[in-house]
Design a protein. Structure first.
Length: 140
C-alpha cells in the first residue's frame, strides 16, 4: 500500500490514485510487488535535516529513499523535497508535475535495485525513468 504525507509544507497531492496504480505497474513490470511505501512530500530544510541526521550528508537533494524491502516485496520511505522539484523543473524547463513524477519513479527504481553512481548506472536509471514516464498516461 502506498501512503502519501506532507511534512513541513502544505502540499495537497491530488494524483494519489493514478500514481498508486502507475507505481504498481512499475513494480509488477520489474517482477516486484508493492509492500508498504510512504511518499513524504517535504521542504528543502526538512530533507536537509534528514540528509544530515541519517546519511551524514550536508547538502540539499530532491529525494532520499530509505529501503525496507524484503525479497521481491518493495517497502520504503521516499522523502521528496517539493522545493527542489520546483527548482529542477525550472532548471530543466519541464512541467512541475513531470519532474515530480520523475522523482517519484526514481525513488521506486532505487527500491527495485537500480543505482545512479556510475555513468552506466545513471544511463540505465534515466532510460527506466523515461520508459515508465511514457507509460504513466495509461493510468490517468
Amino acid at each position: 500500500m502506498i501512503s502519501y504525507f506532507a511534512e513541513d509544507i502544505a502540499f495537497p497531492f491530488k494524483e494519489k490514485r493514478v500514481t498508486s496504480r502507475w507505481l504498481k505497474f512499475v513494480a509488477e513490470s520489474e517482477s516486484r510487488r508493492l509492500g508498504d511505501i510512504a511518499i513524504i512530500f517535504c521542504s528543502d530544510n526538512y530533507i536537509l535535516d534528514i540528509n544530515i541526521k541519517y546519511l551524514q550528508h550536508n547538502y540539499f537533494t530532491d529525494i532520499i529513499t530509505f529501503d525496507y524491502c524484503d525479497g521481491n516485496r518493495l517497502s520504503g520511505d521516499l522523502f521528496i523535497s517539493i522545493d527542489s522539484v520546483r527548482e529542477n523543473a525550472s532548471f530543466y524547463k519541464t512541467e512541475f508535475a513531470d519532474e515530480l513524477n520523475r522523482v517519484i519513479v526514481h525513488g521506486l527504481l532505487h527500491l527495485i535495485g537500480y543505482d545512479d553512481h556510475t555513468p552506466e548506472d545513471i544511463a540505465q536509471m534515466r532510460a527506466k525513468e523515461n520508459y515508465y514516464l511514457s507509460q504513466r498516461p495509461n493510468f490517468v
